[in-house]
Design a protein around this ligand. Sequence first.
Ligand code: SF4
Ligand code: SF4
Ligand code: SF4
Length: 265
Amino acid sequence: MNSQISLIQQVDALLPQTQCGLCGHRDGCLPYAQSIVQGEDANKCVPGGQPVADALAELLNREKLTAEESVWPIQTDGRPQRMKAVIREDECIGCTKCISACPVDAIIGSGKLMHTVLTDLCTGCELCIPPCPVDCIDLIEDIQPLPNEEHRILEQNDLRNRYYAHIQREEKQRIHRKGPVVRAEIDTQLFAQFSTQVQAVPSIEISQKPTETTTAIDAKTTIELAKLRTQIKKLEKQLSIRMDDKKLVQLNELQQQLISLQNHQ
Ligand code: SF4
Ligand code: SF4
Ligand code: SF4
């Protein structure tokens, strides 16, 4: 098991950490790394292009395969053109959907306020584009000089760490989330398991759902509170038409019950 983890880690180290899902693994590079170790072809990373496909073939001692084609032209380093997202800020309605879609937390902004992309962090993965309801995100060519090998590794390590931090944040929100999940369902268990065995990544903890007993008690209390409120309203209405001492005592009792139940919630 440990040797398999170590091999997955070596494969993952060669992947660009764009977390774009273009390899068919919608929740990122680690699931593809695991699948490669289990036998999947190692030429499917689109942003990595031919250099990554060849490096993987070498590492795994496999036949070299032609890399999956990108829609972008090839740069001088043999990889597809790097892109960046830019938000047309005057059109942004501040809905925040792009924030949870971005795997590396490169977008800042808050509800109802315009959003902006931190271009230094953006990998051009395009994942923020489909969820945007007003289609105000453009992709432009990244004109920064290409990173050397050392810089690329630092960049990949940073992206990996940012993605793990993103997963942990999403995991914490999962239980209480009301709206839909914008990004693909992430195999958080896999990332959590990997993070306990690899020193170099932030650890991910699985959030536990509240136990069924708590939920049952909460549901019971909510029903009881609703009943009490209805009875109180009914009595108040009757008393506003005609005073009745017996009903007044009853009303006081119900109000006391309501207060005590609310305090124990
Ligand atoms: S960069 Fe994208 S295509 Fe390449 S391995 Fe990661 S998720 Fe897959
Ligand atoms: S801002 Fe958009 S394109 Fe850039 S990394 Fe985030 S999701 Fe990907
Ligand atoms: S999804 Fe589009 S409209 Fe919504 S905050 Fe992001 S850029 Fe703005």
